[in-house]
Ligand binder design. Structure first.
Ligand code: FES
Ligand code: FES
Length: 151
């Protein structure tokens, strides 16, 4: 099937099989491997990207469902080598270890930031990120990183 969308602001046109997952399209066809795949069943949040302003699990969406949409991946957050504020805060607060979960967490937060809805308290951060599993950090430094950026 034909697929036309925008990914990180760039026009993308491709032909995909109807069953191709959006996560596989992003990783294997576009080679944007910042989007990680952990569980492939909508549980871990590692594959989170933004489609038309909403954070979604790209392992639960077919690529063709993104036809006509604006897709944002973690590669779109920085400007060249300049990290955005949240990425920089994660760096400065040591909010990642292996980093596998980090792109998904950043995209969940980016969707909230774009709506002016970044969480402002520890428990709001934990609630906002309850769909993103991190197996390394114990979450405290992630919470600290988000609260450092809050308006
Ligand atoms: S890989 Fe999509 S939620 Fe885990
Ligand atoms: S930093 Fe390793 S899974 Fe989160």
């Amino acid at each position: 099937m034909k697929l036309a969308c925008r990914v990180n602001g760039a026009k993308v046109e491709a032909e995909v099989t109807p069953r191709m997952l959006l996560s596989d399209f992003i990783r294997h066809e576009l080679r944007l491997t910042g989007t990680n795949v952990g569980c492939e069943m909508g549980v871990c949040g590692a594959c989170t990207v933004i489609v038309d302003g909403e954070s979604i699990r790209s392992c639960l969406m077919f690529a063709v469902q993104a036809n006509g949409s604006e897709v944002q991946t973690v590669e779109g957050l920085s400007t060249g080598t300049k990290l955005n504020k949240m990425q920089q805060s994660f760096h400065e607060n040591h909010a990642l270890q292996c980093g596998f979960c980090t792109p998904g967490i950043l995209m969940t937060l980016e969707a909230l930031a774009a709506k002016g809805a970044l969480p402002a308290t520890e428990w709001e951060v934990r609630e906002a990120l309850s769909g993103n599993i991190c197996r390394c950090t114990g979450y405290q430094n992630i919470v600290d990183a988000v609260l450092t950026v809050k308006p």
